[in-house]
Ligand binder design. Structure first.
Ligand code: ATP
Ligand code: MG
Length: 459
């Protein structure tokens, strides 16, 4: 993976935002740590000096110069090597009387009364910074109490150094983590891209590998894989349909060709010629009907728009279809039972619904024997359905899904004229209108139930 790509990736940019946020909060935390350690130590030292100088001033007030000098001498005597306390009592001309520094510092006090000065002399081989407070005693004596800041400064430096290192390590770790995180995200995206390219170059069977961790990328991969499954299924369907079309149109075309060939050879009388021409024309008509049915189904499937829909009174539609098919049933001596006292309104395309019902009635009449019964029923209320039942051979359960495919015909019906497109159109119309189709056994015969979408949303 090229570094420039990594830096341009949104994963890295996201990581960078987190690094900045994280470092800012760590920085704030470190400042707080400094304030509550090194700062606290300094404040403590100041507090001790202040208390000590007040104590000594009180001692002067109660026991006079003698008392104070005795106490100072006492303290100095008890001082351990490395003890950082500084005392100096000077007279009115700042000449030292008693103390552990040899002269009064030359620096001036700051506005808060603190005196910061350099220590020199035998106690401090190296120049140390000292901090002190002074007090003018009533007898024009000057008292100075302070601290050698050497140790405190050392600790402060140590703390600052530790904090700087801490900050550095934090930044380095955050940057490293950010790069690693972005790289791993990029790798996963790279896998998806690679699979996409393989699929685009023609291998639709490829799927995006998952890590089984159930993370977002796995979820995305699973969804994309499911989408690919669906696309593959649809592509298979399209391929099957084209195969079927080619297969089912080959026979009538061969017949047409054969008839035209016989016509071209000649040696036929006028009646034979006319018969051949008529049958060739019928064959061509059949082909055209099949093509227009195919086109019609394709158009319905492609057009998912429902804008042109009207509110259709299914009762009057059913009466119209029955009017057309009742004579056909009568011709076959079939009993036509129409039960449509209920009323049912549906939002849809009247022509398409008419064609679908006509196809179903055509099947019921065509596949029922002479003397059979055709039942047509409309139910309103909760069920909102139309049932078309017959007393024909029915459709075996295993084939009840397949009959909706283009050109699919149950073997037994091969002798009956038809192209196997009627139910495909019914399925397409049903899908467009959200109608559920259920095929069941009428013992004997077939019952087709059309369940219309319920109540409000269909209107
Ligand atoms: P087309 O309707 O295109 O003229 P078709 O009737 O054969 O031809 P479909 O209506 O799609 O085609 O029906 C598909 C197949 O389902 C039929 O060939 C037949 O085998 C079976 N089928 C459909 N309806 C019935 C029915 N009422 N009884 C028994 N079989 C049926
Ligand atoms: Mg049919």
């Amino acid at each position: 993976m090229r570094p420039s790509r990594l830096f341009r990736s949104s994963a890295f940019r996201l990581a960078l935002v987190y690094i900045v946020l994280f470092s800012t909060s760590v920085f704030a935390l470190l400042i707080f740590i400094y304030w509550s350690t090194a700062g606290y130590m300094l404040r403590q030292a100041d507090e001790t000096i202040r208390a000590e100088i007040e104590g000594l001033a009180e001692r002067y007030e109660t026991d006079g110069l003698r008392g104070l000098t005795t106490q100072l001498a006492d303290r100095l005597a008890k001082q351990q090597p490395g003890d950082s306390s500084i005392y100096l009592l000077s007279d009115g001309k700042l000449r030292p009387v008693v103390g552990n520094i040899d002269r009064w510092p030359r620096t001036r006090e700051d506005t808060h009364g603190w005196l910061d000065f350099q220590l020199s002399g035998p106690e401090a081989a190296r120049a140390h910074l000292a901090r002190a407070r002074t007090f003018l005693l009533p007898g024009n004596f000057h008292l100075l109490v302070g601290r050698d800041m050497f140790e405190l400064q050392d600790s402060q430096k140590l703390i600052v150094r530790t904090l700087i290192w801490g900050m550095g390590i934090t930044l380095a770790l955050a940057l490293f983590g950010g790069v690693m995180m972005s790289r791993s995200m990029m790798r996963r995206i790279e896998i998806i891209n690679r699979t996409g390219n393989e699929i685009m170059s023609g291998d639709l069977s490829k799927r995006i590998p998952t890590t089984r961790s159930g993370d977002d990328f796995d979820l995305l991969a699973e969804n994309l894989n499911r989408m690919l499954d669906q696309i593959e299924l649809l592509m298979d369907g399209v391929r099957r349909v084209s195969d079927n079309i080619a297969h089912d149109l080959k026979t009538p075309l061969a017949r047409l060709r054969h008839r035209l060939e016989r016509l071209s050879i000649g040696k036929l009388n006028e009646a034979q010629r006319q018969e051949l021409i008529d049958s060739a024309l019928a064959e061509a008509d059949g082909l055209m009907t099949t093509f227009s049915a195919l086109l019609r189904i394709a158009r319905i499937e492609a057009d998912a728009r429902k804008e042109g829909f009207d509110v259709i009174d299914m009762r009057s539609l059913l009466l119209d279809v029955s009017e057309l098919y009742e004579p056909v049933a009568e011709e076959r001596k079939q009993l036509f039972q129409l039960d449509c006292d209920a009323s049912l309104s549906v939002r849809g395309d009247r022509d398409l619904l008419f064609q679908a019902l006509a196809n179903l009635l055509d099947n019921a009449i065509k596949y029922s024997p002479h003397g059979g019964t055709i039942g047509l029923k409309l139910k309103d209320g909760v069920s909102r359905e139309i049932t078309i039942c017959d007393t024909g051979p029915g459709i075996p359960e295993a084939e009840r899904e397949q009959v909706f495919q283009r050109f699919y015909r149950v073997d037994r019906s091969r002798t009956t004229p038809g192209s196997g497109l009627g139910l495909s159109l019914v399925a397409a119309v049903a899908k467009l209108h959200g109608i559920e189709i259920d095929l069941s056994d009428n013992a004997p015969g077939l019952c087709v139930r059309l369940k219309f979408p319920g109540g409000d949303e269909s209107m």
